[in-house]
Design a protein around this ligand. Sequence first.
Ligand code: WTA
Length: 664
Amino acid sequence: MAEQKPSSLHIESRLSEKRLFKPSKIFSAAARVGSAAAYDKLYKASIKDPEVFFAKQAEELYWHKKWRKVLEWKAPMAKWFIGGKLNASYNCLDRHLDGWRKTKAAIIFEGEYGDERTLTYQQLHHEVCKAANMLTSLGITMGDRVAIYMGMTPELVVAVLACARIGATHSVIFGGFSSEAIRDRVNDAEAKAIITADGTFRRGAVVELKKNVDGALRITASDTLTGCPTVENVIVLKRTGIDVEMVEGRDHWWSELMKEASHNHKAPAIDSEHPLYILYTSGTTGKPKGIVHTTGGYLLGAHLTTKYIFDLRDDDIFWCTADVGWVTGHSYVIYGPLSNGATIMMYEGAPNFPTFDRFWDIIERRKVSVFYTAPTAIRAFIRAGDDHPNKHDLSSLRLLGSVGEPINPEAWMWYHKIIGKGKCPIVDTWWQTETGAIMIAPFPGATPTKPGSATKPFFGIEPQVVSKEGKPVGANDGGYLIVKKPWPWMLRGIYKDPERFEKQYFTEFPGLYFTGDGARQDKDGYFWIMGRVDDVINVSGHRIGTMEVESALVGFSGVAEAAVVGRPDDVKGSALVAFVTMKSGAESSDEIKSKLRNHIASEIGSFAKPDDIHFTDALPKTRSGKIMRRLLRELATTGNVKGDTTTLEDFSVLEKLRTVEDEE
Ligand code: WTA
């Protein structure tokens, strides 16, 4: 069938966005929060006394022991539900087994090649109990860290919930990361075990997960098994059947251990502030940060936001397309929906395999009703043409969501018309790895939406746009997005680095949480996120620290200096552009460029490969020696520099850089 011409993708100025979409009467009538007035009332109450509000909401979770104090706040450290004890796995599973939900589907899974499996709550509970016993049999106990590096199969959910069940802090590593990146994360977390798979199917090929883990465990290609000295055991799920090396005594097949494990497991009571997980994310320095989330507050956030923003019902099939390797997968594939007793759709592979209609095909066949994806995926779908969605019956959909980066109004409109057929509210949800769960988003039955705006804050959340000096700015003025008060699902720190935690988030605006994002708030109080104001770039919804890529580049022999900036990209949101100076005598050729790209793939992962690499004799610097990334950004984006250059140390550098661009 002929491809339809893709719509143009340019990003309009959001200041001129005047469209307003009210929730339909039918949707509002059935929604948990059914009008703007109802939202305002609840929100005001939540802000007036957040402790009372959250204490009431926390009763929705099952607590082995009730807390004695709701909040202890001494910036930057928050503690929520102090003295309370609960179990996240129990909340996601056991408590649904009393009534009819025990035979309800928890996970509907589809592999990339079409293999299917459904696990009821009862079955998922059975597997998680076995896996909890399996981990215990390997000597893993409360407080140990376990790394998980798997594909999107139900066993990944089982592994996560088994860790949570015994109080082992999980650290899920996205399957796209390289051996080097795995090693850094495993060593920083001092993980005692790694749970992985032989491989996973992705875009018609096998991602060799175990091989990447082996690479992390070795220092070099030799057999020295000391790359990750804390790792005692590796559990390997057989998914693809490819050949893998198994090291006697250290590596175990998942199926063999599970066969031995009992399915009886009593979930222990775990302290509310016990670390549930560590998730590494990019920041403004070369080293990824281990964001720590604890049990009670985090689970409450995942639970409440899923309930209200996705307005889930027992007959919904909820599909969040994110990989569990990212925070979105933690909160909206696992903890949020399962704690609500919902049915999740889980798909292993790529959106364009075998063709670009795979997602729409799954929605039609599986009757997905709530669909949550990223703007970068939406833009790729626009590009692939409307025929793909148009040949499928998408009438099961009732609500759509977006996350990960600002959604441009044009992509929003396409999502609304072509996927939602004009009848599904769109929830554009702003949040971060650090915030743990949704912070700003429409309530689908209550908040009129404006394409491109994440709209209004969630209950108990007080975001604000401030100037450099920390003063609130006027309506429509751009500024820095901060959060004024602590909230239950906020990060509790950077693993083993309290100084960096304070400096990164609470120093710029003392005592206030700084998001790292720029934003403006319009006269109706709607938030419009303008993107990162630090050195973090959002590429296809993946957060990449420019410093991380730069330090990998300078680790390549012959590279003297490197600067990485982002430039707008129609599909990816931003593309990475690297400016590289070579040591004298070192070669700078197309071959070196491709070697540099491969080097990044092996140091970080393929998704972090720069789109453009420019060799240059020198980088533009200030007199104090700081690289002027702003100039490079301008150059990468427009091919020219018009902004203020008065702080440049050496003006000839700019001239040379301009010629570099001309030659390209
Ligand atoms: C960006 C993903 C605009 C933002 C959940 C944030 C967004 C970073 C949105 C966090 C949105 C996320 N609108 N920007 N709806 N959602 N972002 O940690 O820059 O991978 O700071 O968490 O993504 O990315 P992270």
